[in-house]
Design a protein around this ligand. Structure first.
Ligand code: AOF
Ligand code: ZN
Length: 336
């Protein structure tokens, strides 16, 4: 197996941990001697060891058996080894300490805490470093992480579920399911991919939502954020251990800026028509996921938007369209 094949393997295997590593990137590392893989390591869970540390620890079991010196091995890393001491130690320093001399990296880490500093440490210690093998795949695999650090803001997705006649809910606030069970299951999968979910006081009061990802696999649950300047009950399920913060301000840009100081990269907005419209008007949305039911809510329904074609009016274009039972799911992205 050559470096390219092993990089593809590291990328593919790292993908398994995309729901548990987030909001961190998924990262894979493989140590090989040109003929065989000595060890592999992955960043399996947010807060746990980084990929390189796992690969080095796993290799140490074969020290003197499968290899004599780390200097005889090549390390494949999908992402630049970190320079900082975060929740665990610095990967670049560990690589220097064990004496690895050859490294192939997929992409530079865009996180300003690292961004080239890891590679600098490696080079200063006379390690051969090659960067850029399957860089695009690594960037795509960690889309939200790269978007955040390259644009200095979160990637914001707005979810809308509407009836055939463009309504969100009944004006009596009586709870009705607008879209099908399969569409609602799909929303759970979307939640599982996100670092945080934001909702407003009206949704909290009317629906009493838990706003977690109810899926049958392990997830580092999205952090929950509430936007309201009115009173709310604090004994609701929403305020469990994944609850992060309540914002009273109406300044959405400022709220998003303050969230981007945390390690959150992606945000799902699941709110009612008023807050959804505020996000769109403030141009704070990168993507809209729209579920449309085949059923109408009629004259007692509350409309999402004033005009039927509102999404295009906010500067979005249709990217893809799917059928879910009798509903449709459409993804809109910014028309730039
Ligand atoms: C690596 N290897 O496997 C990963 C890296 O909070 P911490 O200490 O876990 O650090 C998280 C940051 O480290 C993350 O934002 C990204 O810049 C980098 N991720 N780096 O060397 C890894 N997952
Ligand atoms: Zn690291």
């Amino acid at each position: 197996m050559n470096n390219e094949e092993l990089m593809l393997r590291a990328i593919t295997q790292a993908e398994k941990f995309k729901y548990t590593a987030k909001p961190n990137p998924v990262v894979g590392a493989i140590l090989h001697n040109g003929e065989e893989i000595i060890s592999e390591g992955y960043h399996e869970k947010y807060g746990d060891n980084h990929a390189e540390i796992n690969a080095i620890t796993n290799a140490q079991k074969y020290y003197g058996v499968k290899f004599k010196r780390f200097a005889d091995l090549t390390l494949i890393c999908t992402l630049e080894p970190c320079s900082h001491v975060g929740k665990t130690g610095s990967c670049a320093k560990k690589i220097v300490d064990v004496g690895i001399k050859n490294i192939v990296i997929g992409s530079i880490d865009p996180n300003p805490k690292v961004a080239g500093k890891g590679i600098k440490i490696l080079k200063e210690n006379n390690i051969n470093v090659a960067v850029g093998l399957h860089e695009k795949l690594v960037k795509n695999q960690n889309k939200y992480f790269f978007y955040k650090h390259q644009n200095n803001k979160l990637f914001v997705t707005l979810k809308i579920a509407r009836s055939f006649d463009g309504k969100s809910h009944l004006n009596s606030n009586e709870r009705v399911f607008v879209t099908s069970e399969s569409s609602r299951k799909d929303v759970q999968l979307i939640r599982a991919t996100q670092d945080a979910i934001l909702t407003g006081g009206n949704t909290l009061r009317n629906d009493n939502p838990i706003m977690n990802a109810r899926v049958d696999f392990k997830v580092n649950q999205p952090k929950k954020i509430l936007l309201t300047n009115k009173k709310y009950r604090k004994d609701l399920d929403f305020f469990n251990e994944d609850f992060l913060e309540v914002f009273k301000s109406k300044d959405l840009k400022q709220i998003l800026n303050s969230l981007s100081e945390t390690d959150i990269c992606s945000l799902l907005v699941e709110a009612g028509p008023k807050l959804a419209t505020s996000f769109l008007e403030a141009r704070c949305v990168d993507q809209i996921i729209l579920y449309t039911s085949s059923k109408a809510l009629g004259k007692n329904g509350v409309s999402w938007f004033k005009e039927d074609n509102a999404i295009e009016n906010y500067g979005f274009k249709l990217e893809s369209s799917y059928k879910i039972d009798s509903d449709t799911k459409q993804i809109y992205i910014k028309d730039e």
